[in-house]
Design a protein around this ligand. Structure first.
Ligand SMILES: Nc1ncnc2c1ncn2[C@@H]1O[C@H](COP(=O)(O)OP(=O)(O)O)[C@@H](O)[C@H]1O
Ligand SMILES: [Mg+2]
Length: 324
């Protein structure tokens, strides 16, 4: 029986929109609107959706880099959202994040040794500077960077190398869960696979659990065990990876899949082109939020919100077409 490491229940994050001289709250950006999922120990859950769907906000709210509006985050049986400062500090060691932009996320004034060593200092994981630098050296080697880089600064590195520094920093405190927020999106395609392979190797060696965020299904294909598809603040489909790729149920997932180029030219693939952008999460569409862009929408879709249901073998989806 798989053991759950992280459980997210009915998570909501609404950002207030303020206006006028009194800065009154006039509306809310419903960035994450009732999201539930779990991640088992040692597995990778891919979280996918177009830009603006609420993926980063989900990740940041789990880590309490943002305070949730409602819901539950359970990590190893502990309710993360109600932890006090001290307990939160301890749990932060177990949950790390890797950011999308390896240019913006590393302090340009710090050496690589200090960037990777900082979390070791914060959590008092080394007796002295010498032991700390030994640790840093080991981790850097583990992510494919030699110790000769320790005294250098981030700007001296390529994008791929910088992301390795970001990975090393996350690994430095020996975490259990890593939330990787589009860790390869800013990198050249030729470099992306190297970083994904590295993350996979590290997962095996250190028994890591990943929540792997991407806007592109092809990126999460290899690394994920299961995939959750997010649209405008909600998860619309979730299934084992192979199941999701072979039998996508939600029209949104189908359109995302159709956007991936087919490697085999003998297989003809129908391209479903979505019209328009993701609507504003301030005033999301009625009924099914996807209905204004859905090529298969019918009357009911604009009126009633579809229920997220298990259609067998842990294949969940929320779509009225499936209920017919
Ligand atoms: N601090 C914030 N204040 C107000 N709105 C925000 C804030 N952060 C994100 N948003 C909005 O929340 C929505 C989801 O954003 P985000 O989680 O970054 O999506 P994704 O990571 O899927 O691209 C977007 O509409 C975004 O503009
Ligand atoms: Mg994001």
């Amino acid at each position: 029986m798989a053991e759950k490491l992280l459980e997210v229940n009915n998570l909501k994050k609404y950002f207030p929109v303020k206006a006028g001289i009194f800065k009154k709250t006039v509306a809310y950006v419903k960035a994450v609107d009732d999201v539930s999922f779990f991640v088992n120990k040692g597995e990778t859950l891919g979280l996918v959706g177009e830009s603006g769907c609420g993926k980063s906000t989900t990740g940041r709210t789990i880590l309490r880099l943002l305070e949730a509006t409602a819901g539950e985050v359970i990590f190893e049986g502990k309710d993360v959202l109600s932890l006090n400062k001290e307990d939160l500090r301890n749990i932060r060691r177990d949950m790390q994040i890797i950011f999308q932009d390896p240019y913006a996320s590393l302090n340009p004034r710090m050496t690589v040794a200090d960037i990777v060593g900082e979390p070791i200092d914060i959590h008092n994981l080394a007796k002295n500077k010498k032991e700390r630098n030994e640790k840093v050296k080991d981790i850097l080697e583990r992510v494919g960077l030699g110790s000769e880089y320790m005294r250098r600064y981030p700007h001296e590195f390529s994008g791929g190398q910088r992301q390795r520094i970001g990975v090393a920093r996350a690994l430095a405190v020996d975490p259990k869960l890593i939330i990787a927020d589009e860790p390869v999106s800013a990198l050249d395609v030729s470099i992306q696979a190297q970083v994904i392979n590295l993350l996979q190797d590290l997962q095996k060696d250190f028994g890591l659990t990943y929540l792997f965020i991407a806007h592109d299904l092809s990126v999460v294909k290899h690394i994920s065990d299961r995939i959750a598809v997010m649209y405008l603040g909600k998860i619309v489909e979730m299934a084992d990876k192979t199941e999701l790729f072979d039998d996508p149920m939600h029209p949104y997932t189908q359109s995302l899949l159709s956007a991936i180029p087919e490697a085999d030219p003998t297989k003809k693939k129908e391209r479903i082109i979505l019209e328009g952008d993701v609507p504003s999460p301030v005033d999301p569409p009625s009924g099914c939020r996807f209905h204004p862009r859905c090529p298969k929408a019918f009357d009911k879709c604009s009126v009633e919100e579809p229920v997220f249901k298990d259609y067998g073998d842990n294949h969940f989806a929320a779509c009225h077409l499936l209920e017919e």
